[in-house]
Write a protein that binds this ligand. Structure first.
Ligand SMILES: Cc1cc2nc3c(=O)[nH]c(=O)nc-3n(C[C@H](O)[C@H](O)[C@H](O)COP(=O)(O)OP(=O)(O)OC[C@H]3O[C@@H](n4cnc5c(N)ncnc54)[C@H](O)[C@@H]3O)c2cc1C
Length: 803
């Protein structure tokens, strides 16, 4: 074993081997993989090897497509077979709702170039004769599903990497990691130490333990997972290899394994494995079978696939594999640690391993993953994702793996975890809460406790009526919204302006003013949108998306401010309330000494004020697009502020409103939001944020790329649509058609309660951005006429927020 390497990859499962291969492919040859046993000896060796392209996040779906297409390449380079069987697959729907979901999946696949097809039950039975048709109403056909040989894939990656210069060391455990002052690492192993510039934690079942070597508690938990293989089925004899099949109602998946069928389940009573410590002596091991646990799924399975119940069981496999709380991988550099990377929590290594390796290798070599990997970025989880939180969420996620997550469905595990001081106040007003990064926030308010539950649906729910009333109150009178669920930073010190001016694309506002700004990476792509509010020459308050707080912190560490400038995350220290609507000024004016007239405190003003007895930061801005104010207080004052506003508000017809109404109103204004309209695959001019990029500044991160985008015009445009639908709105990721061709995708959609029509925002190629007609948006399998709006649906001139 060499004693120094540019990169040490810890772990030789399918993920570590893929990372190693991709690093060599990207040109880093001095790379070393250290494996404590044989390659594949963690969760990889006993996997069923299934692969498919479908994923809830289109960007992850693209990486899954990439993975499947990669197998031929690594076979060719290494000479090692991956044992590929591309049989095609069907997903069976047993209910109307599931069929709706499959239609949405098919529609989402369109702009990714997937050839998915909705088929009838008869057609499904023709393709896969083992089904009992009476249990199903339709199916989705995917021609590129299949399975691979886990051993073959892992060894093909490893061999191809070795041919590219990598070294693979087996039977050597990494026992510790020591950070060196220059950011490199001492990797301590059973066979001596290696000095590495970078370390990758691809420890799979032990990723948590490897994380602990550097003081990191990764949100990962292993679950036991079982599949069985039946005796040979006479029905399969002499036939073409059977298709892969997912039966959502039965919560099972099947595929052919030699003459029999492999059948796996994601049972509801899933069991975590080694919830605190993973034993190091678990090598090429399995867990005892527990058919009892999966008996309810098997019973349904044998009814849905009667032939499987007529033969015996040849083999049962029960093995553990890891999940993150939301079921997507954890990839990327870790905040607070230099040159330490993770590639773990990969629950579908044979669909995702290639994409994970590609993204991570680019990130390491080029400084950027080269694709939008937000859905699997390790930074999406903050310190709130503790071991016990992870345990609760992973168990929930596992048990729901084959269940529909409705767009308006809030899951119950690990809740309530984080609450603000007014939580009980809002609860007593019959708030229906949502969970955002473990934090409770009100979605909407029901008229009574009995009505404070939302029916889950792809269409408009029982909340519709109540959200209508909330929007009406804001547009006609005044509404009160809790806004604590934003990320916040305070940037202080003499060099604050200079540093912010370098990191943000817009100019830092003068004292007392607010400016909106995109944050760009070096490639001029959007990696954040912030509100900068200047309190003093040396003090700027930043408001941003809370879910991205760690993502931003990591960026701020990479572009660290000079000595004397402090960047302090303060999300939960400042809680907030917002009043919005034409009467909001009158309401707030009664509580402060300062003159709130437009002349004295115009749109985008920001000041320290006392609201009643409460010291607060007040900004004249509202995401509703109406006249409005955001009031920030340290959390011990929030209850008093709430009580004060409620009491004073009654004279103005104040009504509480929640996140659903806010989303509707921001759509009416065509305001974009992070992770939907604003993502690292778009440039600021494409996203309509060009007016917030100050090219007059000599330099800022991404300036030259932004200038280039401005000059070329970019490829895409974010546009708004008015959609003709009956009772279902676009949600995001639906295809946008024009003249019978899919040309773009929706980023978000919903009902505009004030303008009383269905709205959507989405990206289309620049050439289509000026057209108004000929568009359709596919919602639940139906192509609905859509008209591009030349301006925002509500108050297009912005007169109301400036009034
Ligand atoms: C029953 C079952 C069926 C499955 N079916 C499928 C399927 O059909 N399709 C699919 O895509 N996925 C499937 N999976 C999931 C799949 O197995 C995982 O996604 C995949 O194995 C994850 O690979 P990994 O490399 O991250 O982890 P692992 O395979 O656990 O690899 C981690 C490696 O790191 C090594 N290591 C850890 N710590 C150290 C250290 N300190 N020093 C040195 N080495 C170390 C370990 O020895 C191990 O070899 C299934 C899993 C199970 C259990």
């Amino acid at each position: 074993m060499r004693d120094s390497a540019r990169v040490v990859v810890i772990g030789g499962g399918v993920v570590g081997a893929s990372v190693l291969y991709h690093l060599t492919r990207a040109g880093w040859k001095d790379v070393l993989l250290i494996e404590r046993g044989e390659l594949t000896c963690g969760s990889t060796w006993h996997a069923a090897g299934g692969m498919h392209t479908i994923n809830g996040d289109p960007n992850v779906a693209k990486l899954q497509q990439y993975t499947i297409n990669l197998y031929k390449e690594i076979e060719q380079i290494s000479g090692q077979s991956c044992g590929m069987h591309v049989t095609g697959g069907i997903m069976l729907a047993g209910t109307r709702e599931r069929l709706d979901w499959l239609k949405m999946t098919k529609a989402r696949g369109r702009y990714l170039g997937m050839e998915l097809e909705i088929i009838s039950v008869d057609e499904a039975a023709r393709l896969f004769p083992l089904i009992n048709k009476q249990h199903f109403v339709g199916a989705l056909y995917d021609p590129i599903e299949g399975h691979v040989d886990p051993y073959g894939v892992t060894h093909a990656y490893a061999k191809a990497a070795q041919m590219g210069g990598a070294e693979v060391v087996r039977h050597t455990r990494v026992t510790g990691l020591e950070a060196r002052a220059d950011g490199s690492w001492n990797v301590l192993t059973e066979r001596g130490n290696v000095h590495a510039e970078h370390v990758v934690n691809a420890g799979g079942l032990w990723a948590r333990e490897v994380g602990r070597m550097v003081g990191l508690e990764l949100p990962i938990l292993a679950m036991e997972h079982q599949y069985l293989i039946t005796e040979d089925l006479p029905e399969l004899k002499g036939q073409k290899e059977a298709l892969h099949c997912i039966d959502f109602e039965g919560e099972i998946y099947t595929r052919q394994e030699r003459g029999g069928m492999l059948l796996g389940t994601y049972e509801r009573a899933g069991v975590p494995w080694s919830p605190r410590e993973t034993p190091w002596d678990f090598t090429h091991s399995l867990l005892p079978n527990d058919l009892e646990r999966i008996a309810p799924s098997l019973e349904v399975g044998f009814e849905h696939f009667p032939a499987l119940g007529r033969v015996g069981i040849r083999k049962v496999v029960n093995g553990p594999f890891t999940f993150a709380p939301d079921g997507n991988p954890l990839v990327g550099p870790v905040r607070g640690l230099r040159n330490f990377w993770v590639a773990c929590g990969v629950m579908a290594g044979f669909s995702q391993g290639g994409g994970v390796g590609l993204a991570l290798s680019r990130w390491m070599v080029d400084g950027d993953p080269g694709a939008d990997v937000w859905a699997m970025d390790v930074a999406r989880f903050g310190d709130w994702a503790t071991l016990a939180y992870t345990n609760a969420k992973v168990r929930e996620n596992y048990s729901r793996r084959f269940r529909i997550r409705f767009p308006n469905e809030e899951l119950s595990a690990a809740r309530p975890l984080r609450t603000t001081p007014i939580y009980e106040r809002l609860e007593s007003e019959h708030a229906v809460f949502g969970d955002y990064c473990g934090l409770e926030h009100a979605l909407w308010f029901a008229p009574s406790a009995a009505e404070a539950t939302e029916e889950v649906t792809f269409r408009r729910s029982n909340a519709h009526l109540h959200v209508t009333a909330e929007c009406q109150a804001v547009r006609e009178r005044v509404g009160l919204l809790e806004i604590s669920n934003y990320g916040k930073f305070e940037v202080t010190g003499g060099g604050a302006e200079e540093w912010l001016s370098h990191v943000m694309a817009n100019r830092v506002p003068r004292v007392g003013r607010i400016a909106l700004t995109p944050m760009l990476n070096e490639r001029g792509r959007l990696i954040g949108d912030f509100t900068m509010a200047r309190l003093a020459p040396d003090r700027v308050f930043l408001v941003c998306t809370y879910a991205a707080e760690d993502y931003y912190r990591r960026w701020f560490e990479r572009h660290a401010p000079p000595a004397g400038v402090s960047v302090r995350p303060c999300a939960m220290q400042y809680t907030g309330l917002s009043v919005a609507g034409p009467l909001s000024r009158g309401l707030l004016q009664g509580l402060v000494r300062e003159d709130l007239s437009s002349a004295a405190f115009p749109f985008l003003s920001f000041a320290r004020m006392d609201v009643g007895m409460i010291p607060a930061l007040v900004g004249r801005i509202s995401f509703t697009g109406d006249l409005g104010y955001e009031i920030w207080v340290t959390s011990e004052y929030q209850r008093a502020l709430y009580d004060l506003l409620i009491a004073a508000g009654s004279a103005h017809g104040l009504k509480l409103f929640g996140g659903r109404a806010l989303n509707s109103m921001r759509l009416e204004k065509s305001f974009g939001t992070w992770a939907r309209e604003y993502r690292p695959i778009y440039g600021p001019y494409e996203a309509g944020l060009g007016r917030f990029v100050d090219l007059k500044k000599d330099s800022f991160i991404g300036r030259s790329a932004a200038l280039e985008e401005k000059e070329s015009g970019g490829k895409l445009r974010l546009v708004g649509f008015s959609v003709e639908t009956r009772d279902a709105d676009a949600l995001g990721d639906e295809p946008i058609w024009h003249d019978g061709r899919v040309i773009g995708w929706v980023t978000s959609g919903g009902y505009g309660y004030s303008v009383q029509r269905s709205l959507a925002l989405g990206y289309v190629p620049r050439d289509y951005a000026e057209l108004t007609s000929g568009f359709e948006i596919e919602i639940l399998g139906e192509r609905c006429k859509a008209t591009r709006q030349a301006a925002a649906a509500f108050d297009p001139d912005g007169a109301r927020m400036r009034t």
